[in-house]
Design a protein around this ligand. Structure first.
Ligand SMILES: *Cc1c(COP(=O)(O)O)cnc(C)c1O
Length: 459
């Protein structure tokens, strides 16, 4: 028989109890947290969808790798395994471990960034944007038009607008664009995939002007699987072969291993350019550690190496992509507005359509985030004007392009019944949407304000 039910391709060896709270308790807890779920103790959360970053369940083999880790300061066996596995996927010449993705970004943009420089990307992730801007450079998002419309279904809504890229290069000047980046999948734009054709087209433009192309490859395996099921000519290729082809068009990679390497901490920077690699390693020694451990323990390097072998497994990727799609289908059937089609790692509620009466400067996404917690102990995150809003010179909010609520699904952590519970909670909040209120800031930090902000409901 050809089974219709796609099952979790693992069985559970070790469990972690989750704690139930009442709505009354959650009202007190959320108020104490300044209506910002980032500030909630995790123990007060029932289903934690804040992020898929560093929240994966590791396999028995990864845990075995933790015991096997070689903790030698220099030249550890675990580093060579880490390097060999990453080379086998990316074919990059230089593999530089970092403690997470943003550390790789910090090193890269400290070297190539600075005032007067511009970095195009399909959509910069928040830490990427922050690291570009911290260097004094400008981060520019050149997402394809279709990616900006949550309600339009298309196969590759993460694609970069290639024409805009070329116009942008001509406008700003090649000398001011040290590199171009593509984020796969496009996290801040709904976890939407980028097609192989788009990667090739962007590479062709970059080649024409001699600009290196870097992949922000946090979810390269999920992207590869979307290419397999959606792009013509790839249906019979393995996810690994597709990933290898994706990387073949890149000159460098930044990666947070906390996503598609199935680990709780780790990252890397990879590239082909000798001189750039030397500069990165020199800075790595100052900020992270010796080049063969770069801010990680030997055991972490082992876990990353093993995780990268597991992530490209086709059964895993089929289950992963299907389980997100399942959640999306149920919500769409109930009329809940989400970014369609579902991305690879998360479902994004479209807060503008969910709460059309709450304006951007009262943060409709934050309102939904708070209510999901109050209703069912679910923790999600606003990706909208709280995260990306800016102020004009009169102190008026310049809203983000989209007002979204992200529910990121940790890898191999929740089962289908957790997801069914989640669906119930979301639908209940949706039914009561007329009662939801806007929020205002009572505290905000100058950068990455969403992490530490405090709010107050507008009554
Ligand atoms: C998570 C993430 C990063 C940053 O990685 P950290 O490990 O959290 O520092 C960069 N880019 C994208 C697309 C991400 O999802």
């Amino acid at each position: 028989m050809k089974p219709k039910t796609i099952i979790e391709p693992f069985k559970i060896k070790s469990v972690e109890p989750i704690r139930f709270t009442t709505r009354e308790e959650r009202e007190v807890l959320l108020k104490e947290a300044g209506y910002n779920p980032f500030l909630l103790p995790a123990d007060d959360v029932l289903i934690d969808l804040l992020t898929d970053s560093g929240t994966s369940a590791m396999s028995a083999k990864q845990w075995a790798g933790i015991m096997e880790g070689d903790e030698s300061y220099a030249g550890s066996k675990s580093f060579y395994r880490f390097e060999a596995v990453i080379k086998s996927i990316t074919n990059m010449k230089f593999i530089i471990p970092t403690h997470q993705g943003r550390a790789a970004e910090k090193i890269l943009f400290t070297i190539v960034g600075g005032p007067g420089k511009y970095f195009p990307n399909n959509t910069h992730f928040d830490t990427t944007r922050a690291n570009v801007e911290f260097s004094g450079a400008e981060a520019v998002d050149l997402l394809n038009e279709v990616g900006k419309h949550p309600e339009i279904r298309a196969d590759f809504k993460g694609n970069m607008d290639v024409e805009k890229l070329e116009a942008f290069i001509k406008e700003k000047g090649v000398e001011n664009i040290p590199l171009c980046m593509i984020t796969v999948t496009n996290n801040s734009g709904g976890g939407q995939p980028v097609s192989m054709q788009n990667i090739k087209d962007v590479k062709a433009v970059c080649n024409k002007y001699g600009i290196p192309l870097f992949l922000d490859a946090c979810r390269f395996a999920e992207n590869a699987y979307f290419i397999k099921i959606r792009e013509k000519g790839y249906e019979n290729k393995t996810p690994l072969e597709i990933a290898q082809e994706m990387f073949s068009y890149a000159d460098g990679v930044t990666m947070s291993a906390k996503k598609d390497a199935l680990v709780n901490i780790g990252g890397f920077l990879a590239m082909n350019d000798d001189e750039l690699a030397m500069k990165c390693r020199n800075l790595l020694i100052v900020t992270e550690g010796f080049p063969t451990y770069g801010g990680l323990a030997g055991r972490d390097l082992e876990a990353v190496a093993q995780g990268l072998l597991e992530i490209v497994d086709e059964h895993y990727l089929q289950y992963r992509i299907r389980s997100i799609e399942y959640l999306g289908e149920r919500l769409v059937a109930a009329g809940v507005p989400i970014i369609e089609p579902p991305g690879g790692h998360a479902i994004y509620i479209d807060a503008k359509r969910f709460l059309p009466n709450i304006p951007a400067d009262q943060y409709p996404g934050q309102s939904i985030v708070c209510e999901l917690y109050l209703e069912g102990g679910v923790r999600s995150v606003e990706i909208g004007s709280v995260m990306f809003g800016k102020y004009d010179k009169n102190g008026k909010l310049i809203p983000a392009m989209m007002e979204l609520v992200r529910m990121a699904i940790p890898r191999r952590v929740y089962t289908q019944s957790h997801i069914d519970y989640l669906i119930e909670v979301i639908i209940e909040v949706f039914k009561n949407r007329d009662k939801l209120k806007g929020y205002k800031f009572t505290y905000e930090a100058p950068m990455l304000r969403h992490f530490t902000a405090r709010f107050k409901p507008i009554i």
